[in-house]
Every structure is written in C-alpha cells, then in structure tokens.
Write a protein that binds this ligand. Structure first.
Ligand code: GLU
Length: 392
C-alpha cells in the first residue's frame, strides 16, 4: 500500500490542524514534557452532574444497543425544545438529525449536496474543517475575506459579489471560530435580502457557540430572523461547547426534510447511530437546568478580558476583543520576519516553549495564531507568561 492508493477526495484534504496540534500536545505530555494546550476549543469545566447521572442511568438501564440511525425520538424532542428555547426556531422532532458531534452534521450536509464545480462561500478566517469538507466533497471554496478592523464581519454586498450560478452554499458561524465575531440581527437581515435574490444558495448556520456571547446582545440565527428562507437553511447545534460534553460527540441539526433525509442516508451507511449513552446524556443536557450557562459565560468573559489584556501587553502581538465563543485570534505580523513569514513555524516555536496554539494560516488567516481561553485562569496566566518569554 502507498499514498498512491488514496482516493482523489482524500488527497484533497489534510488532517484537522486543531486536532493534530492537540494530539501532539497530548503526546508530548505523555512523554513527560510540560505543555499547556490552548489549541482546542474545549471547556475545561466538568460535565454537569445531572448529565453524568443520565449517562450512568442509561448504562445501568441497558441502553447499550442500536438506536434509530438519526437519533432517538426522545433526543429529537429534546433538541426541538433546544432549538425553540435557545435559537427561537420552531422545529418538529422529525426534522432533527442527531450526529456524532456538530462536525459530522456539517460534513454530511456538504457531502450530500456538493459536487465538482459547486462553489461554497466561506467567510474567512474560518473554522479549519469547513474548507476541507468542501474540498473532500469535490467543491470549490470561495473565501469571503473579513478583517479584524471591521470586527471580522462582512457587508451583504460583499457576499452578493461572490455569488454565481454555481454557488451551492454559504457557511455562517456566529459566534465564530476562530474570531469570536458575532453577527447582529441587522446583518442577518441584510444577508437574507441578498439570499432572496439567489434561490440556488443554501445556508449552513453553525450555531454551536450560541450561548457564548459576552456583549449582552441576544443570539440571532438566520432561520429565525428570516423564516421565509428556513426551507434552505441547515442549522447546526450541539452540547459539546455549551455543556462541556466534547467527548460525548453529540451534535444536532435541523433543516429541510429532503436534506435531513439525505444526511441520514449517508449516516446510515457511514456509521449508524451516534452512541446510545451519549444520546441519553444529551437529553438531560437539553431538558435539564440551564442556569449554570450564565455562570460559565461570566467565567469565560473574565478569562477573555484577562487574556486579551495579557496578549496586547506582549510586544508584537495584538488581538481584538472577541464578542463570543472562547478564542482569541492573535495577530503577530510584527514578529513574522523572525519566523520566515511562516506562522506554522511560530506555532512550533511556542510549542517548544510549552504552549500549544494553532497557526492563523490553518484558519485561512496569516501571520498569527489562535488560542482557546477555555482553560482555568492560573493555566492561562502561565501560558501568557510562556508566550511572552518565547517571543521576547
Ligand atoms: N471546534 C474545536 C476547535 O476548533 C474542536 C476541534 C475541532 O474539531 O476543530 O478547536
């Protein structure tokens, strides 16, 4: 066997840079090195006790067999409650698909619909896996470049200028990874106006960070702001970020019946149902108390403020204040000469100094890196000290 055996689809993609860097950090730690990992977006909080209890009860109750491929009715009902309560979307349980993490939902939606010649508009900086998924499906990524100076937002006219008859999807992610940009309702209305003129365009709205907005503004999602467009919007959510359940691997998506059916068709042949125990835990997450989210958000906001101040105090680094999610997208342009203009080399240099981060170029940016501030304050303080020392 050799690389020559790889399919054209696989040759078009690389391993996920976020998970690759995190695996590398874990490996170094296992070898005894002292490495702080800020490379992955994963809340450090313990999964809430009522969620763990539900998982244990499912195990003890023998829920260890197959479930329906697209998820249990109980979880679809709980997800419908979540979509209504948290995203203002009225959704029937039958129009929900449960997946192994939000990532799988996005992959399925794209692979089910994108083929050679299709274009997918992706605002950049983007989450690392969006372009890889598009390329895997055979489509072409059309970057919609956004800038820090403009809050990493775009003008609806900039979107419209990129739409062609081959445009298949627009991907939206607010609050966004890696920038933390939040799209206000007015921007979504503007996007909706553009989309009404281009009925061939579907929209994937990745709302996985919805509970994490620090400005006090309510979360807005396109299908709720423009309900007349809902029949071409796939909205993705989950429990990984909101309930510190990354390892459970549960995502949920809703959208037009034909798309949800197509995603289920793919899932039935690829992996079958998401883990039964995880589904039971996710029911408890959606149906159980949500008050802790406000406390977690407050903790994240404090960490954000501390980290932003620390980064901006390091010569050569700067970051805007992210309005949501738990990442800082850091500009290191003044330092890039030292690294031959390669921010991958900068990331490796920081790893050598005991902090794992992900290079901005992995996100379609340049000359910088992303950190996650979903780590405890003492860990973050030590990481900032190491970064400052590494770049001094
Ligand atoms: N979405 C998270 C991140 O960007 C988890 C890792 C991944 O799947 O990329 O860090």
């Amino acid at each position: 066997m050799s690389l020559a055996h790889l399919s054209p689809a696989l040759r078009r993609i690389a391993a996920s840079p976020t998970t690759a860097m995190t695996d590398r950090a874990t490996q170094l730690r296992e070898e005894g090195r002292d490495v702080i990992s800020l490379s992955v977006g994963e809340p450090d909080f313990a999964t809430p006790a009522h969620v763990l209890d539900a998982a244990k009860a499912a195990l003890d109750g023998g829920q260890t067999k197959y479930t329906p491929v697209t998820g249990t009715l109980k979880l679809k009902q709980a997800a419908a409650l979540h979509f209504r309560r948290d995203l203002a979307l009225t959704v029937a349980p039958e129009s929900v698909i449960v997946t192994a993490g939000g990532k799988q939902a996005i992959f399925e939606a794209l692979v089910a619909t994108v083929g050679p010649g299709d274009e997918v508009i992706v605002p950049s900086p983007w989450w690392v896996s969006y372009p890889q998924m598009v390329r895997f499906a055979g489509g072409e990524v059309v970057p919609l470049v956004t800038l820090a100076q403009r809050g990493f937002r775009f003008d609806p006219a900039e979107l419209e200028a990129l739409i062609t008859p081959r445009t298949r999807w627009l991907l939206l992610n607010s609050p966004g990874n890696p920038t933390g940009a939040v799209f206000p309702e007015a921007l979504l209305r503007g996007i909706g106006e553009v989309l009404r003129r281009h009925p061939q365009v579907l929209v994937l709205s990745d709302d996985i960070y919805a509970p994490l907005i620090y400005t006090g503004a309510p979360h807005a999602t396109l299908a709720a702001v423009c309900p007349d467009l809902a029949d071409r919007i796939c909205t993705v959510s989950g429990v990984s970020k909101s309930h510190a359940m990354t390892g459970f691997r549960i995502g949920v998506a809703t959208g037009p019946a034909w798309l949800i059916e197509a995603m289920g068709r793919l899932q039935s042949n690829a992996c079958g149902n998401p883990a039964s125990i995880s589904q039971a835990a996710a029911v408890a997450a959606f149906e159980g108390p949500q008050e802790f989210l406000g406390e977690w958000r407050e903790v994240f906001r404090r960490r954000r403020d501390t980290v932003v101040a620390a980064i901006n105090a390091i010569p050569g680094l700067s970051t805007p204040v992210p309005d949501g999610a738990f990442y800082c997208f850091i500009d290191a342009a003044p330092l890039m000469d030292r690294f031959g203009g390669d921010d991958g080399a900068l990331a490796l240099h920081l790893l050598e100094h005991g902090v794992a981060v992900v290079a901005a170029s992995a996100f379609g940016g340049q000359g910088g890196f992303r950190i996650s501030f979903a780590a405890d304050e003492a860990v973050l303080a030590e990481a900032m000290r190491r970064i400052a020392a590494a770049l001094a």
